[in-house]
Design a protein around this ligand. Structure first.
Ligand code: SF4
Ligand code: SF4
Length: 358
């Protein structure tokens, strides 16, 4: 088993921003990210802007120095995320970018444009072949695939479905298109809520399989024809198309790992990872509520292996024999995403922690 270096700088959110910024720059070089970014690269910085009402998302102050370093190599960074499946201020690019601005992310504050990588309605996707045990190919956001290099900037929290939201989740779920997310979450097909449907017929126009029949009062989906692409969810402006979140935690974690593998295979080494262990809450940044951290700030990890970094996250967050996942959702085994990730070639759980005094 290959042992990967995982670099750590320790800091707290109460530390002066300027001090953290200069240390992040040094960490960038220590982790070897200077070898990843090329002149004129379109470089994606994958972040999470936080759901409306959330107060513990990763703030722009820690994104801006990374943008600046990427620019210093002559690259062209953009800060990005993808649209979510459920009803949210992040379910289309217009609202998503507006929310990002409300949360302090703008060209002025972070020094790079914000681009939602799967387009205005989450339809801009591309299939990447992975030949993994569950999926032969996965559907990912076009602009993340098109980018020449990628810095994945993740925030560690617990997670209601998979125990741990960190690097693997930020990639596998956060870089998938709407179809990819639907594949991960559901083993059944979408359904139309007859009470909300206005029979406008827009979903039927976009359905690639002609699986939607529009009646006088509402539309219905023929499950025998539907391929679960999620187009109908994307185009319905009345929130009438629903799907059941019916995949088990184990299956969901495996799906997330396989979608993350799609990006790894496509980028061929042009990826670096920063994973912040600060403001660590029980639930992820998709929760639109104000929460209190359940673990004290630790700092930030950097490395080139997402599995190694997430293993370090689980080990560093242990309090009284329980890591962040066990503290948040004791009935979920978050090790699945790491063990399965290692099995399919996403990375290695064996790592060497380097506690940087920079
Ligand atoms: S787009 Fe929505 S409201 Fe219109 S027919 Fe389809 S499900 Fe009904
Ligand atoms: S998920 Fe895709 S194939 Fe199925 S009904 Fe919706 S648009 Fe049609």
């Amino acid at each position: 088993m290959q042992t990967c270096n995982v670099h750590l700088i320790r800091f707290k959110t109460t530390d002066p921003d300027n001090k953290v910024k200069s240390r992040l720059k040094k960490l960038f070089h220590k982790a070897g990210f200077d070898k990843i970014i090329g002149k004129n690269d379109l470089t994606a910085l994958k972040v999470h802007f936080g759901e409306k009402g959330n107060n513990t998302f990763l703030p722009p102050a820690y994104i801006e120095p990374i943008v600046r370093i990427v620019k210093s190599f002559g690259a062209k960074p953009f800060v990005t995320d993808t649209n979510v499946l459920y009803k949210s201020a992040r379910d289309n690019a217009v609202d998503h970018i507006t929310l990002a601005h409300e949360h302090g992310f703008s060209l002025k504050t972070i020094g790079a444009p914000i681009i939602i990588s799967d387009g205005i309605a989450g339809r801009n996707e591309i299939e990447i072949r992975i030949d993994a045990p569950i999926n032969k190919s996965v559907s990912l956001a076009v602009d993340l695939v098109t980018a020449n290099s990628l810095i994945v900037i993740s925030h560690v929290t617990g997670h209601i479905n998979i125990g741990l939201a960190a690097t693997i989740k930020n990639m596998g779920m956060g870089m998938a298109s709407r179809k990819g997310k639907l594949t991960q979450h559901s083993v059944s097909k979408p359904m139309i809520n007859q009470n909300k449907c206005t029979a406008c017929g827009i979903c039927a126009e976009w359905c690639p399989e002609n699986a939607i029949n529009v009646g006088d009062n509402f539309a219905t989906i023929d499950e025998t024809i539907c391929i679960g692409c999620g187009e109908c969810i994307a185009v319905c402006r009345f929130s009438a198309v629903k799907f059941k979140w019916d995949n088990s935690s184990t299956e969901l974690q495996k799906q997330i790992a396989e979608h993350a593998l799609g990006i790894i295979k496509q980028k061929k080494g042009k990826i670096g990872y920063f994973t912040f262990l600060i403001k660590m809450t029980q639930d992820c940044d998709c929760f639109g509520v104000k929460s209190k951290p359940i673990i004290d700030d630790i700092g930030v990890l950097a490395g080139k292996d997402p599995v190694a970094i997430d293993q370090a996250v689980l080990d560093l967050t242990i309090i009284n024999n329980k890591n962040i996942s066990e503290l948040s959702y004791p009935n979920i085994d978050a090790n699945t995403q790491l063990i399965y990730g290692e099995k399919i070639g996403l990375g290695s759980r064996s790592y060497k922690l380097i506690d940087e005094k920079i």
